[in-house]
Design a protein around this ligand. Structure first.
Ligand SMILES: *Cc1c(COP(=O)(O)O)cnc(C)c1O
Length: 394
C-alpha cells in the first residue's frame, strides 16, 4: 500500500501520537482551572504556543489555536473584513485557485456588500506581485493569497506580495496550510500579517490548527463563550491535540532540509516517468513547487476511474475533480490555470510522504501508465481523438 495523498491528510508522527496519548491520560485538567491540575495543562498549552510561534518566526502572543485550517481562514478573513468595514473599506483581493475555506468565506462577504477581485494565476499557477499591486485600491482592506496550492503545489511569491501590501498599508493574509511544515515559512521575513495552518497536514492530529495574527490586529471571534484564547476563541482548549500539533511542527521544521532532499528527486523521477505518457501534461510550475506534489492531466480519461483502479493496485491518490462530492464540475484550480473541462476531468494528484522509496516511484509510474492505457482502451472520448473527430489539446 502506497499512501500518496498527503495533501489531503498525513499520518501522525510517532512523537506527535505519543505526546497526545500521554497528555490525554495524565494532563487532563482544564487549563482555565486555578488548581495545580489545571495549571499543568495551562503550562503545556503555553509551551505549545511558544513552540508554534518559534517555528514560524512569530511571538507566542500572536498565536491563536483553532480547530484547523478552515476555521483559521474564516476568522482571518472575517476579521479583516470587519476592520475594513469600520473604515469604509470593502474591497478584497484574492486569487481564483484558493481553498474553498477562503473562496466560500469570500462569497459570504460578497453577499454582505464586499467587492472581491480574484486574480488570474496564469498557466503555471503563480500569481505575480505586480498583479496584486495593480489591483490594490483606496478601499482595499485585505489581500489573501495562499502560500502553496493544495492541488498543484505551486509556491506563490509571498514575501514580495507581502512587501507590496506593506507599501500600500493593506492587511495581508496567507493560507499556509500546505506550506507550514513543508517549506520554510517566516512571518517576519515574509511580510505576513495573518497566516493559517493546520496540524493534520504536517503529521499532527486532525481538528487542530492555528491562526497567526500580527500584534495590533484585533481579531473578531467566531465562537462566543468563555474567555479562552484571550476571548478570541471560546471553548475549552484541546490541550492534547494542540501539544501534539506543536510536537509535529517542531519535528517537521527541524527536518525541512532532509525532507526536501529526500522527496525532490523522487518527485522529479515520477514527473519524468509520467511525462512519457502520450497526451499528458504536468500541472503547475516545476520550479516553484512543494517537494511532495505531482499533478497531471491525461487526455481522454476520467480522473475518478483512474483513482479507483490505482486503489486496486494499492496506491492511494487523489483527483482534482469533485465528482465524488456530488458535483460534476472539474477542479476550480485546474480551470484557473486554463485547463478546459474535458482535460481537467482527467487529472491525478500524487502527494508524497517521507516514507516513499525509489521502488515505490517505479511502481507508481508503471501502474499509472498501465491504468491510463487500459482506460483509454474503451474511452469513446479517446476513440474520437485518435480517429481525428476531435482535436487533441495536450
Ligand atoms: C486542508 C486545507 C485547508 C483546511 O484545513 P482543515 O484543517 O482541514 O480545516 C485549508 N487550506 C488548504 C490550502 C488546505 O490544504
Amino acid at each position: 500500500m502506497i499512501y500518496a495523498d498527503n495533501a489531503a491528510t498525513t499520518k501522525m508522527s510517532d512523537r506527535a501520537l505519543e505526546t497526545m496519548m500521554s497528555l490525554i491520560s495524565t494532563t487532563y485538567g482544564n487549563p482555565s482551572s486555578l488548581y495545580e491540575f489545571g495549571q499543568k495543562a495551562k503550562e503545556v498549552l503555553e509551551q505549545a504556543r511558544r513552540d508554534v510561534a518559534y517555528a514560524i518566526g512569530a511571538d507566542p502572543k500572536e498565536i491563536l489555536f483553532t480547530s484547523g485550517g478552515s476555521e483559521a481562514d474564516n476568522q482571518a478573513l472575517i476579521t479583516a473584513a470587519k476592520l475594513g468595514e469600520a473604515k469604509g473599506k470593502k474591497h478584497i483581493i484574492s486569487t481564483a485557485f484558493e481553498h474553498h475555506a477562503v473562496l466560500h468565506t469570500l462569497k459570504k462577504l460578497e453577499k454582505e456588500g464586499f467587492e472581491v477581485t480574484l486574480l488570474d494565476v496564469h498557466s503555471n499557477g503563480i500569481v505575480l506581485p505586480e498583479q496584486v499591486e495593480e489591483a490594490i485600491r483606496e478601499d482595499t482592506c485585505l489581500v489573501t493569497v495562499m502560500y502553496a496550492n493544495n492541488e498543484i503545489g505551486t509556491i506563490q511569491p509571498i514575501r514580495e506580495i507581502g512587501a507590496v501590501c506593506r507599501k500600500h498599508g493593506v492587511l495581508f493574509h496567507t493560507d499556509a496550510v500546505q506550506a507550514v511544515g513543508h517549506i520554510k515559512v517566516n512571518v517576519e521575513e515574509d511580510n505576513i500579517d495573518m497566516l493559517s495552518a493546520s496540524g493534520h497536514k504536517f503529521h499532527g492530529p486532525k481538528g487542530v490548527g492555528f491562526l497567526y495574527a500580527k500584534k495590533g490586529i484585533r481579531l473578531v471571534n467566531l465562537i462566543e463563550g468563555g474567555a479562552q484564547e484571550k476571548g478570541k476563541r471560546a471553548g475549552t482548549e484541546n490541550v492534547p491535540g494542540i501539544a501534539s500539533m506543536a510536537t509535529a511542527l517542531r519535528e517537521a521544521v527541524s527536518g525541512l532540509d532532509e525532507y526536501k532532499a529526500k522527496l525532490t528527486p523522487v518527485r522529479d523521477k515520477i514527473i519524468k516517468g509520467l511525462s512519457e505518457i502520450p497526451h499528458s501534461a504536468i500541472n503547475g510550475d516545476l520550479e516553484h513547487r512543494v517537494p511532495s506534489n505531482i499533478n497531471f492531466c491525461f487526455e481522454g480519461i476520467e480522473g475518478e476511474s483512474l483513482l479507483l483502479l490505482l486503489d486496486d493496485k494499492g496506491i492511494a491518490a487523489s483527483s482534482g475533480s469533485a465528482c465524488t462530492s456530488g458535483s460534476l464540475d472539474p477542479s476550480h484550480v485546474l480551470l484557473a490555470i486554463g485547463r478546459v473541462h474535458d482535460v481537467a476531468h482527467g487529472s491525478l494528484r500524487l502527494s508524497l510522504g517521507e516514507d516513499i522509496t525509489d521502488e515505490d516511484a517505479d511502481y507508481i509510474i508503471n501502474s499509472v501508465k498501465e491504468v491510463v492505457e487500459y482506460l483509454r482502451g474503451f474511452s469513446p472520448v479517446w476513440r474520437d481523438l485518435v480517429a481525428g473527430k476531435t482535436k487533441f489539446i495536450l
